[in-house]
Design a protein around this ligand. Structure first.
Ligand SMILES: [Zn+2]
Ligand SMILES: [Zn+2]
Length: 107
């Protein structure tokens, strides 16, 4: 049976440039700051029609860091980036979907 909703068991700060989530099914996702920033789901970063990022990955700061991460209710994580951007609310569903090691297998 495929679970509909994955829930992070632990949020771990790996280093300034990366953040790890250990999920309740044991899967571990490591998100580089640039990856999270590029996938930011807020209205300013994501095209609401196509669902594609409006950002140019190449123009993101090379030394982008994650300053903070906090849980929003029990369904999402809000990240604060070193470029000052903090309006993205990443639902657990989104985070699992953009897991760097899984994203390639999702059509
Ligand atoms: Zn954004
Ligand atoms: Zn994965």
């Amino acid at each position: 049976m495929v679970k509909a909703n994955y829930v992070p068991k632990r949020l771990v700060r790996v280093e300034e440039e990366a953040f790890k989530i250990i999920w309740d099914d044991g899967h571990e996702s490591v998100y580089p700051a640039q990856h999270l920033r590029f996938q930011c789901p807020c209205a300013a970063c994501k095209d609401e029609w196509t669902g594609e990022s409006k950002l140019d990955f190449k123009t993101l700061p090379q030394d982008l860091q994650l300053k903070d991460a906090r849980l929003v209710g029990n369904y999402a994580v809000n990240y604060l980036f070193s470029d000052g951007h903090s309006t993205g609310i990443y639902s657990f569903e989104t985070l699992r979907k953009i897991c760097p090691c899984c994203i390639k297998t999702v059509p």
